[in-house]
Design a protein around this ligand. Structure first.
Ligand SMILES: [Zn+2]
Length: 474
């Protein structure tokens, strides 16, 4: 802002006084806060979110990118958005990879032969029909692999032993998942013939955990697998014997031609600020071993349930509330990357985003990523959410993977953080089923998202762009 030289100091001080007081000024009027309370009361007795997850997991089930289930999920979402009364329901065509898991087998050949349950990592190449057999080298993580003397893993299978730490905010996953993402490419670069990882999971059951791995263009692709925590312990006891450990890996995983999928969009139209969008993001795809109830059926349920509750208020939102169920978050974030760059999706209209991709909840904390000048507004949203008993978090919210692109464009983020303490007992495993969704936690989560989205849509000021580039998500 330029200030005229003719302004006296007194006038300048007087002009700035309202800015100084703005922090304490109520951001929301009585009606907006009363509506937020009404959203909470309704959400805590409403089972729309749960019914949606039940329907998606029963009528569609697994929906990995490119599969028949993926296409069925898009049709399901269009149908359900219309049934919930959302406006402007439409799809945005997205091309997605189509990787097929096939069958996998993991055998310890020596010193003591046994088979262990396994899953190929997402995107892994298959093996010849007879499998890949070699002596195995155990390392903890990527740094330990890099520190080995040259030639140590040439023509060997690399086993990564690092165990993920249980945390509420998912930071344990962030630290451990780099092995899944980069371990196969790093090991291949050193001449390894295969990779096995201890599942990036906190569970003690025998169900292995899958998830995407990333090959590198200039490095050979080698097959990559995960085994469960108890089997990883058992394998490590074989290593501890000091005898050579020989493994055989088999998989019929393969990549098929790309397929069409879609982002599915529905709205609660705004009124006087309808041109500004508050986006509620979740993803429609899932991994294939389970039915994607917590990842991310829960997010789909929370966001559609929250929008449905807002549409049922007597007052209409000022800004447009747009629910977007993204295609293929799990294997490359194809849907959200396309969306952030698509004029059709009108990314520049998005002023604030919320994402639910961390299970069914409950929500335990409110974090944000807003222009620091607007922290007092977040503080007032936090106070309105007080009956839900949240903690106040920092202003470094990452949102989730699907808000990365819009975040980089400077969109503000409000993040009711879902409690992830037990999330990684189930995430990306065959155990990701409806039974893992706690209806009471889900109602509280839906309440937190509905109230946050509503107040974000009602804020009388402009949501400012956030200058600091969003930290890249690994
Ligand atoms: Zn997810």
């Amino acid at each position: 802002m330029r200030i005229s030289h003719s302004l006296s100091l007194a006038a300048l001080l007087a002009a700035c006084l309202p800015c100084a007081l703005a922090a304490d000024k109520p951001a929301f009027n009585h009606g907006d806060l009363a509506a937020a309370n009404s959203l909470r009361e309704h959400a805590l007795t409403d089972d729309t979110s749960f019914r949606l997850i039940e329907s998606l997991t029963t009528e569609v089930g697994p929906r990995p990118a490119g599969s028949a289930g993926d296409k069925a999920a898009v049709a399901w979402a269009v149908r359900e958005m219309r049934r919930q009364g959302f406006a402007n329901v439409r799809t945005l065509d997205v091309i997605v990879p189509h990787w097929v898991r096939g069958e996998a087998e993991f055998a310890v050949i020596s010193p003591w032969p046994q088979l262990m349950p396994t899953l190929a990592l997402g995107g892994s190449i298959g093996t010849p029909p007879e499998g890949v057999e070699a002596e195995a080298v155990m390392v903890k993580d990527l740094a330990a692999l890099a520190a080995l003397p040259p030639g140590t893993v040439k023509d060997k299978i690399v086993y990564f032993s690092n165990r993920m730490e249980r945390t509420r905010d998912g930071s344990g996953y962030g630290r451990a998942v780099v092995v899944r993402a980069n371990g196969p490419a790093d090991a291949a670069a050193l001449g390894a013939t295969g990779v096995v990882i201890r599942s990036v999971s906190t569970s003690n059951n025998r169900l292995p955990h899958t998830g995407a791995t990333r090959y590198k263009a200039d490095v050979p692709r080698i097959p990559a697998f995960a085994i469960s925590n108890p089997d990883a312990d058992a394998l490590e006891r074989q290593f501890a014997s000091g005898k050579p450990v020989r493994l055989r890996l088999k998989s019929s995983s393969r990549e098929l031609p790309t397929e069409h999928s879609a982002d599915v969009i529905g709205e609660i139209p705004g009124t006087d600020r309808a041109n500004e969008i508050v986006i509620l993001a979740a993803h429609l795809d899932s991994w294939d071993p389970g039915v994607g109830a917590i990842d991310d059926g829960a997010g789909v349920g929370i966001m559609m349930g929250a929008a449905k509750l807002i549409s049922g208020l007597d007052v209409k939102p000022r800004r447009t509330i747009r629910v977007v169920l993204f295609a293929n978050e799990e294997f490359g974030t194809s849907g959200s990357q396309l969306y952030a760059g698509s004029e059709q999706a009108e990314p520049a209209r998005h002023v604030l985003g919320l994402e639910a991709d961390f299970g069914a909840g409950p929500v335990w904390r409110l974090t944000s990523r807003v222009n620091p000048a607007q922290l007092p507004v977040v503080e007032q949203i936090f106070r309105a959410l007080a009956p839900l008993k949240l903690e106040r978090g920092n202003n470094e919210a990452a949102g989730g993977a699907d808000l990365d692109g819009l975040g980089k464009l400077g969109m503000a983020i409000l993040s009711p953080d879902l409690d992830g303490t037990n999330y990684f007992d189930v995430h990306h495993t065959a155990n990701d089923t409806l039974l893992q969704v706690d209806p009471a936690a889900l109602r509280q989560s839906t309440a937190a998202y509905a109230m946050s989205a509503w107040l974000a849509a009602q804020y009388p000021g402009d949501w400012q762009r956030v200058e600091t580039p969003k930290a890249p998500k690994r």
